[in-house]
Each structure stands twice: as C-alpha cells, then as structure tokens.
Design a protein around this ligand. Structure first.
Ligand code: HEC
Ligand code: HEC
Length: 154
C-alpha cells in the first residue's frame, strides 16, 4: 500500500504538469511532425543524443537509403528542435535509460539498435515480419500511443 500512497501524494504535491517527464513529450514542432512523420512516425528526440541528430540532418540525401532532403531552412529548424530536445539535453527516465548506452562521442543513427531497445524487444524474427509490423521502427504498430510518447500502456 505504501508505494501507492506515495505516488498519490507525489501527484498531489507536484501536480499533473510534471507528472510526465519531458523526455517523451509528443513532438510538437510542426515541421518535424510533418517532414519526419511522412515515412515513419516522428520519433521523440530523446531517443538519440544531439550528436546523432546533427549527423542525421547533415545526411538526409542518403537517409537509410532514401532521399529525405529538405530545404536548408526547414532542415535547420528541425535540427534545432531535435538537438534541443535530444536525450543528452533533457532529463527523464527514458532519456537516461537510452543515453547510458551511448559512448561520449557516439552518434548512433538507430534507436532500434540501442541496447535499451533491444532488451525490451526480444521477439522472434517472425514478429517483426508480421504484415502489420514490418519493421522495428514501426513503433505505432504495437504502441498505439507512441506518437503521444506513451510506450508502457499496452
Ligand atoms: C522518404 C522517407 C523518409 C523520410 C522523409 C524520413 N525518414 Fe527516417 N527513415 C526512413 C527509412 C526508410 C528508415 C529505415 C527504417 C527501417 O529500417 O526500419 C528511417 C529510419 C529513421 C530512423 C532510425 C529508426 C530506427 O530503426 O531506430 C530515425 C531516427 C529517423 N529515420 C529519423 C528521421 C528524421 C529526423 C526525419 C526528418 C528529418 C526522417 N527520418 C525522415 C525514411 C524516411
Ligand atoms: C512488435 C511490437 C513492437 C514494436 C514494433 C515496438 N515495440 Fe516497443 N515494446 C513492445 C512490447 C511488447 C514492449 C514491452 C511491454 C510494454 O512495456 O509495453 C515494449 C516496450 C517498449 C518500451 C519500454 C516501455 C516501458 O516503459 O517499460 C519503450 C520505451 C518502447 N517499447 C519503445 C519503442 C519504440 C521507440 C519503438 C519504435 C522505434 C518500438 N518500441 C517498437 C513492442 C513493440
């Protein structure tokens, strides 16, 4: 019973605005939502460090084999949003969980190769190949509220 009381008390004291860490806040930056949500969901920036986003935004012409080029000002605006909200710039449980596996000078390009991700997604190969899934990067296939930053509700 005690943890429940503690949680209720904390919620009452802190209020709802801080009940959710900002590391999984939905992507609110409109150009990012639009341009980076076209081929897959717009991933929350806290899953990668700022270095990763800088590198990715500099190489959009060959983005995992796709041409995802953008006009320079749009790309800059998206980069600024992604880096400002990156996993090594915001606080929160999820950011901490993912950043602890990133080397100090590392700039990984995949969320789905982070050991934190791998550990929580040890499924058989067939699961990823299901027509309704298709790829590890298809978060909303399994997390209906992924775009809201909610991953532990299902
Ligand atoms: C033209 C289509 C397209 C657009 C537009 C696009 N992407 Fe991607 N992106 C891809 C593809 C394809 C992959 C690889 C997916 C896979 O292997 O599952 C990918 C993968 C990623 C991954 C790695 C996912 C993983 O496996 O962890 C990240 C992060 C990412 N994209 C970010 C972005 C950002 C940021 C933008 C906007 C600037 C963007 N993408 C725009 C096609 C696109
Ligand atoms: C094939 C289904 C599937 C896909 C695709 C998938 N996940 Fe998951 N994920 C799960 C399951 C199942 C769990 C463990 C149960 C749970 O906590 O919901 C999980 C757990 C998680 C957790 C831990 C939740 C917590 O609070 O303990 C995070 C974070 C997460 N996934 C993020 C992602 C992200 C980001 C993507 C896309 C890049 C993704 N997942 C793609 C099925 C999936």
């Amino acid at each position: 019973m005690r943890p429940i009381l503690t949680t209720a008390l904390a919620a009452a004291l802190l209020g709802t605005t801080v009940a959710r860490a900002d590391d999984t806040a939905p992507v609110t930056h409109e150009p990012t939502r639009k341009e980076c949500g076209e081929c897959h969901m717009a991933f929350q920036p806290a899953f990668l460090p700022a270095r990763s986003w800088t590198a990715m935004m500099a190489g959009l012409a060959d983005h995992f084999g796709e041409d995802a080029s953008l006009p320079e000002d749009t790309a800059r605006s998206i980069r600024d949003y992604l880096t400002a909200n990156a996993g090594d710039r915001v606080s929160g449980k999820l950011a901490r969980k993912y950043m602890r596996w990133v080397a100090p000078d590392g700039a990984p390009q995949r969320i789905t190769e982070n050991p934190a991700f791998v550990k929580e997604h040890r499924f058989r190969d067939e699961v990823w190949k299901l027509p309704q899934v298709g790829a590890k990067s298809n978060c909303p296939a399994c997390h209906k509220q992924a775009e809201l930053g909610l991953y532990d509700d299902d």
